[in-house]
Every structure is written in structure tokens, then in C-alpha cells.
Write a protein that binds this ligand. Structure first.
Ligand code: AMP
Length: 542
């Protein structure tokens, strides 16, 4: 028998309508390129989004068309997050930090014909757009009239589109199954692959991350998404903020630690979200130039493992609470969040930090399991390590314009994450590696992530990345690439080995260390192991 409830489509326009009706005066602040603040409220955003959706339809955008963005985190980008899906189209966020060839491939693969581009990013955009050959219209944001665009196409201006339409517009997102967003993975191997989100999946993800056990934004929050809007929909934070009625602070191009510290203090940010490298830089900035962080209730971190030492440093020295989460572009992205439970209350601070360094447990809506090489499910005993697989209403079942392949999807309907993890009996997941980053030495696995975390706990180490290099005797050995902390005495290799000896098994300790000025990062700010492997693949140290 079927239930007798309304057939109410879960579409993203509902979230904007709710924000405008319930929280019309809540503020969205954006730091503009010149450092000044643009401020307006959800009611203003709602009006402009309607105009923009209508303008898109007037331009001939059809349901399902991809409309791309090439932009920083700004109020305009947030408007596009609603306006493009509201016009029935798919908001395809292009990653501004990718190599031109990859960008050209992605634009072509998605057949992006209209792209909204931040004027300051034009130099990065022109070559890939020319190579892609499909872009017929560019809409410039924050550009002077007559600005030259080195792509043969029609050039429009964002504010003209907004001004040229009115608000009398019916949302075209009529069916929750319609696609609304497209993000390509920053995949380190092979060509980038697209995750195509639906209204339903993104709506449920928004509800999912706003659970109290997850990120749990509320109306009194002020959210700073440092995670870029071109990376997995900024982890869904703009939508979560709108649903909760929380204020937003958009950093625009200002991602340096001093600017972020200033924004957190002046705008009274309560929750911020970003990758660990951003927070490492912020920690050092705050130690040098202390700020009033009393309103900051939670620093959300994901995208890569947050070293326990940094969690401890933030909480003990700065009084800032860390919220560690795991996710992937393919999981919309949030899958697990590390909230402490009642049973942890009696733990010492050190015991609590041990837990907080784990990636956490699945938020309701996501299921996970770990399996061995044969696909057999492994127990949750905190010890056994296997491939992490997930499923749920905001997990991809297929990549955009690709057949579902067994490397990514199991026959029984699970997504293969490519992460390797152990799970404690109470369901807390600990990522030990990516399948391809594990080091196999003499037949035994060594976790590069655990070695990195152990190294980064040394006061003289600012960043450390570990990769496998070929070894005649052991087939592979770990190589540690280390950035010494410029404010501390530089540790020697022997000192670091001695430090590790107290923390990891003897056979894990690298014989080879390279000290560098900076670890190469991926387009979304994670350590680029692929680049390191290229640099040191033969085990050469120079
Ligand atoms: P992306 O789709 O670019 O966000 O990358 C997803 C990948 O980032 C995951 O498969 C993990 O390997 C890694 N990742 C995300 N969050 C974490 C975390 N908290 N700890 C360790 N690795 C993470």
C-alpha cells in the first residue's frame, strides 16, 4: 500500500524561498577584490536570483543545459547556485586551479556553452575556453564595460542580465529528479570524471549536513566557506546556510591566512570550513597575530586528514573546536562527520583529540562498509583495514556521460571510494590511505597518512607528505617530503627518525627524507602525491 502524503518535490528553489520568507534580512557579506565588503540580505538575493533565472531562459537556456561558472566564492556565485538550477539548467562549477588542458577537456566533455566568469580570472579562462571550442557566450562578473575577452564568443555582463529581467518568473525546476549541479573530480589519475547532482540529492544532502550530529548550522550562525565553490559545491555550505537562515561571509579571492583571520574576527564568524592546509596557515597566523575568536564555535575541516597535532594545537592553544569530516565530490560531498558522543565525555582532552582525529561516523543518509581484496565485508574492530564503500541518496551511481565501471561501482550497488579505512566498533571511520598511496614494504602495508600525521606532530615540521618509492630489497619504501617550520629550529633527518621511532612500527620509519620549501598542492589545496611521485619516482632525491 502507498502512503497518502503530498507529492512535494525536493527542489533547491524551495530552500531559497524559505530563506527569503523566513530570514529576509539575514546578511551575506562578500569581500570584493579591493578588500571592501559587499553586503546584502537573502531577500535581495532572492529577487536577483529570480531575475537571473528569467534572463537565462530568455537567452535560450533549456532544461538540462550545462551553464558553467569560473569564479571565487562570492554573492554572485551563490546567486548562480540558485539561478541556474532554478532555470532548470545544471550549474557546472569549473575548478579555476586546474591545468588548461584539463579545463578544456572538462568544458568540452560537459559541452559548456555559457560560462559566468569573474573578471579577475579571465587570464586563466581564455586559453582553455578557446581550446574547448564550445563556449559561445561569456558572462563577465565585476568587469568594466568593453572588457576584452580572448575567446571568440558573445560577451555579456552580469549586472546587465540582472537589470534586464524582472522577477515575474516561475521556477523551471519542477521535478526533483532533474540535474542541478555538476562537479568534476580533481582525480589524480585518468581524466576528470563528473558527478551530476540532482535537486533531490542536493536537497537531502543539505538536510543531512544540517543535522545536529553533522555540521548543524542554525539561524544564529555566521558561516565562512573557505572551501571553494568550485570544489564539491563548497561542501554544500551555501545551501545549508540558506536553509538554516545563517549569515554568510564569502571570502572572494582573499584566501591568505591574515585576511581569513581578519574576516573571522570582524564578521564574527561562528563556523568556517576548509582543507587542513588552509587551517595550518591560519594557526601560524593566529599565533603571531592573536585575534578575538570567541564567536568561532567550530572549524570544519575535510578534504584531507587533519593531523591530530593541529587539532590539539587549535583546541589547547587557541580554544577553537575542530570538526573533522570526510567526503568526496562523488558523495555531494559530506559522508562522515566526527562528533563526539556521550561515551566520550569522560575522556581526558588527549583522549578526545584522539577521537577527533578520526574521520567520524556516517551522517544519517549515508551507509558505509569496508571490504577486503575479494570484496568480503570486514568487521568494525578498529584494526582491520579495507576499501571503504558507501551508498546513499547523495552518492553517485554513475559518472556523467560514462558507463558505470566495476572499478568504481560494485554489482550490489555500492560506490567504491578508493579510500582505505578501518572502523571502530562504534562506527568511527579512520582513513589510513588512498588505495594508490599505500606503501607496500616487504609485503606489509605502511600508511602514508599515519606517517604524515606522526611527522607533523614534530614542532619543527610544518608539513609532511609521504609517498612510496621503489626499493630493490623491499619493493617499496616510504619517502618523506618535509617542510621545516621557518619559525623553529630545523630538525635533522636523524631527529625525525628518532621522533617517529616512539610513534610507529620500526619498519615504517623512512630512510629517505627530502627537505623542501613547499609541498606541491593539488587544485583544491591537498598535497599532490602525483606530483611528488613524478619528482621522486625513481627514488632520486634531487
Ligand atoms: P575530492 O573529491 O577532491 O574532495 O577528494 C575526495 C578524497 O579526499 C577522498 O576520497 C579522500 O581520499 C580525501 N579526503 C576527504 N576528506 C578526508 C579526511 N577527512 N581525511 C582523509 N582524507 C580525506
Amino acid at each position: 500500500m502507498q502512503g497518502l502524503m503530498m507529492d512535494y518535490p525536493l527542489t533547491m528553489d524551495r530552500i531559497l524561498e524559505h530563506a527569503a520568507r523566513m530570514f529576509p534580512r539575514k546578511q551575506i557579506a562578500t569581500m570584493l577584490p579591493d578588500g571592501s565588503m559587499h553586503r546584502y540580505a537573502y531577500a535581495d538575493m532572492h529577487r536577483r536570483v529570480k531575475r537571473l533565472s528569467k534572463a537565462l531562459c530568455t537567452l535560450g537556456v533549456q532544461p538540462g543545459d550545462r551553464v558553467a561558472t569560473f569564479a571565487w566564492n562570492t554573492y554572485q556565485h551563490m546567486e548562480l547556485y540558485f539561478a541556474i538550477p532554478g532555470a532548470g539548467a545544471v550549474c557546472h562549477t569549473l575548478n579555476i586551479r586546474l591545468f588548461p588542458d584539463q579545463l578544456a577537456y572538462i568544458m568540452k566533455h560537459a559541452d559548456d556553452r555559457i560560462v559566468f566568469v569573474d573578471a579577475t580570472l579571465l587570464p586563466l579562462f581564455e586559453r582553455p575556453a578557446r581550446d574547448a571550442g564550445c563556449v559561445g557566450r561569456v558572462v563577465l562578473m565585476n568587469a568594466p564595460k568593453g572588457a576584452a575577452v580572448g575567446v571568440p564568443c558573445e560577451v555579456l555582463h552580469y549586472e546587465d542580465l540582472v537589470a534586464g529581467a524582472d522577477e515575474d518568473f516561475e521556477w523551471r525546476s519542477t521535478d526533483e529528479g532533474m540535474a542541478m549541479g555538476l562537479c568534476y573530480t580533481s582525480g589524480t589519475t585518468g581524466q576528470p570524471k563528473g558527478a551530476l547532482y540532482s535537486h533531490r540529492s542536493m536537497y537531502l544532502h543539505t538536510l543531512g549536513i544540517n543535522q545536529a550530529a553533522a555540521i548543524g548550522l542554525v539561524e544564529s550562525d555566521i558561516m565562512l566557506p573557505v572551501v571553494p565553490q568550485f570544489h564539491a559545491m563548497a561542501w554544500g555550505m551555501p545551501y545549508a546556510a540558506a536553509m538554516a537562515g545563517a549569515g554568510l561571509v564569502m571570502p572572494g579571492p582573499h584566501l591568505k591566512a591574515d585576511a581569513l583571520a581578519m574576516m573571522i574576527e570582524q564578521e564574527q564568524v561562528t563556523v568556517a570550513a576548509g582543507v587542513p592546509t588552509i587551517w595550518t596557515a591560519l594557526y601560524h597566523e593566529l599565533k603571531k597575530n592573536p585575534r578575538d575568536l570567541s564567536r568561532l564555535r567550530s572549524l570544519g575541516v575535510g578534504g584531507a586528514a587533519m593531523p591530530r597535532s593541529l587539532i590539539e594545537a587549535f583546541e589547547k592553544e587557541l580554544g577553537v573546536s575542530i570538526l573533522h569530516a570526510w567526503g568526496m565530490t562523488e558523495t555531494s560531498p559530506v559522508g562522515t562527520v566526527c562528533r563526539l558522543q556521550e561515551a566520550h565525555e569522560e575522556l581526558s582532552d588527549a583522549g578526545k583529540w584522539d577521537i577527533k582525529a578520526l574521520q567520524g561516523y556516517p551522517i544519517a543518509g549515508v551507509e558505509m562498509r569496508i571490504v577486503d581484496g575479494e570484496g568480503k565485508e570486514l568487521p568494525w574492530d578498529g584494526e582491520q583495514v579495507g576499501e571503504l564503500q558507501v551508498r546513499g541518496p547523495w552518492v553517485v551511481r554513475q559518472y556523467y556521460r560514462m558507463e558505470p565501471s566495476p572499478e568504481s561501482f560494485t554489482k550490489d550497488g555500492w560506490f567504491r571510494t578508493g579510500d582505505v579505512a578501518a572502523v571502530t566498533p562504534d562506527g568511527y571511520m579512520r582513513i589510513t590511505d588512498r588505495t594508490k598511496d599505500l606503501v607496500k614494504s616487504g609485503g606489509e602495508w605502511i600508511s602514508s597518512v599515519e606517517l604524515e600525521n606522526a611527522l607533523m606532530a614534530h614542532p619543527g615540521v610544518r608539513e609532511a607528505a609521504v609517498i612510496a618509492v621503489p626499493d630493490e630489497k623491499w619493493s617499496e619504501r616510504p619517502l618523506a617530503v618535509v617542510v621545516a617550520d621557518p619559525d623553529e629550529r630545523k630538525p635533522s633527518q636523524e631527529e625525525l627518525q628518532g621522533f617517529l621511532a616512539k610513534r610507529v612500527a620500526k619498519f615504517w620509519i623512512p630512510e629517505r627524507f627530502v627537505f623542501v620549501e613547499e609541498i606541491p598542492k593539488t587544485s583544491v589545496g591537498k598535497f599532490s602525491k602525483a606530483t611528488l611521485r613524478k619528482l621522486y619516482s625513481a627514488g632520486q632525491l634531487e
